[in-house]
Ligand binder design. Structure first.
Ligand code: 9PG
Length: 474
């Protein structure tokens, strides 16, 4: 296990860490602080890597793929994996008296890591991240402007609401590229081909209407999941990722109960995944939001035990890409980050936004910053700004409405400004009819692509924003 002993005072150093999947926290903190451990046991699979949880000791910080230590003068050290195709790379920084010990371990076949002492952490971090992106053939699509049904209609979305919003967006001349239908159209988790009772149609009925209005149709899927009540689970219990006891693993709790994940080393599962993505494409959806992808990357007993977690995950993701086609736009969500490079076009880089600033009881007392809030989404997406070389970052939606929201005007504007700093996808879920003159103006501002899609010359200001934001606001 590579190890470095740094002769530097831990009290003078801040550490930049990133959790392994979209919703896991990323942050820049004094090294002597305590990295929060989620107290709720069931969050360990759902928001974190159960095989590499924070230790909970003061002065010990764990990070996936990349870790940076920053001195007050802006110099420091950066460690970064150089490939993540088959491997998860785990970094740990530990304060030990007047020194810092950094260790690096890998889950999966050993691959190269870079370790750089530097007088300019921001520039080296950007350079090493870009190398990882290049090594894994990161895709470089144009940023998309997306209307997504989730953060207003939630599971109650209907076909009519989608079309009403698309019509109003067209009337107001709002420059969306994509109208994306989220969770709620399907009869059960895993049963993507049959409609829910309330949706008022079938997912395949929507794209034509959206196309007529000039929008690309987008669809949400959680392709690696199956609920125990689904037809998918009942027909193919042998396709599930299992625990040591042989029973299908519960990989999370949502939708009113536990749910399972597909074992992506099973050849029939790979065929199913390819067909699923191809079918959605055939319905008229060239934009897919692929959610809860972490399920296929959890530790467990697999059909092919010789395949490690990262490689198994990647096989499932590649099957989806093969089915959707090379020209489809794939957004990963709830997804292992670095292991997705080169297959996804965009990636959610933080937890869900919510129409409230913070839920500090859960964050502070339960040690869990993966919950939905504007603060959590921004804080994590900003702390991952350097990942723009891996995919288009998606910091999640802005919230411009005043109704059905607890955000103050300042908070709405803060979210809008910070999303522009992160770049990548620009998105909204606001029912257009709910927006007043100010709300429409703010939304228009959010949809402006005012920065280059993959900033390479903005490192100073981006890094500065992250540093300032972490210090002053949180
Ligand atoms: C649809 C939503 C939206 C949203 C996604 C994702 O840990 N959890 O229980 C958890 C539940 C939902 C969730 C994230 C985490 O939201 O990020 O944009 O698509 O699914 O169900």
């Amino acid at each position: 296990m590579p190890e470095w002993i740094l002769a530097t005072d831990p009290a003078q150093v801040r550490v930049l860490v990133s959790g392994y999947q979209s919703w896991s926290e990323a942050e820049l903190r004094p090294l002597t602080d305590v990295q929060a451990v989620p107290l709720m046991r069931w969050r360990h699979e759902q928001g974190h890597d159960p095989a590499f949880l924070p230790s909970g000791e003061a002065g010990v910080w764990r990070s996936h793929t990349v870790l940076a230590l920053v001195r007050p003068d802006g110099g420091g050290w950066v460690g970064a994996a150089q490939d993540a195709t088959h491997t998860f790379t785990h970094w740990e920084a530990r304060a030990e008296g007047d020194r810092v010990r950094v260790t690096c371990s890998q889950e999966g076949p050993a691959t190269a890591v870079a370790w750089e002492p530097t007088d300019d952490v921001i520039t080296i971090l950007e350079t090493l991240s870009a190398q990882l992106g290049a090594n894994m053939h990161a895709r470089t699509p144009a940023p998309q402007r997306v209307w997504c049904s989730w953060y207003s209609y939630y599971r109650g979305v209907t076909l009519e609401a989608m079309l009403d919003n698309a019509r109003l967006a067209r009337e107001h001349g709002l420059p969306f590229d994509v109208f994306q239908l989220d969770d709620g159209f399907q009869s059960d988790l895993g049963d993507w081909f049959t409609a829910s009772d309330h949706f008022g149609g079938h997912a395949r009925d929507l794209p034509a209407g959206l196309n007529e209005l000039g929008f690309t149709a987008g669809l949400w899927l959680a392709p690696f999941l199956a609920s125990p009540t689904s037809q998918l689970f009942r027909d193919h219990p042998d396709w599930m990722l299992r625990g040591k006891d042989g029973a299908p693993l519960a990989v999370g709790h949502n939708w009113g109960g536990a749910y399972h994940a597909l074992d992506t080393t099973h050849p029939e599962v790979l065929v199913w995944l390819r067909d699923l993505a191809a079918t959605a494409r055939g319905w008229g959806y060239p934009y897919l939001k692929l959610d809860f992808l972490y399920g296929a990357a959890l530790p467990g007993v697999r059909h092919d035990p010789s395949v490690g977690r990262a490689a198994a995950y990647r096989m499932g993701l590649q099957a989806l890409r093969d089915g959707a086609g090379d020209d489809a736009f794939l957004l990963g969500c709830g997804a292992p980050l670095a292991a997705s490079i080169g297959v996804v076009d965009a990636m959610r880089t933080g937890p869900d936004v919510a129409p409230l600033w913070d839920e500090d009881s859960r964050r502070v007392w339960l040690g869990d910053a993966t919950g939905p809030s504007a603060r959590n989404a921004l804080h994590t997406a900003l702390s991952r700004w350097y990942q723009h070389a891996w995919y288009q970052p998606d910091p999640d939606v802005a919230i411009c409405r005043r109704e059905l929201s607890l955000l103050t005007a300042t908070e709405r504007h803060t979210v809008a400004t910070m999303l522009d700093v992160v770049g990548g996808l620009r998105a909204s879920s606001d029912p257009i009819a709910m927006l007043d003159v100010d709300g429409l103006a703010l939304l228009r501002r959010c949809l402006e692509i005012s920065r280059p899609d993959r900033p390479t010359t903005l490192t100073e200001s981006l890094g500065g924003a992250v540093t300032h934001f972490s210090r002053a606001t949180f």
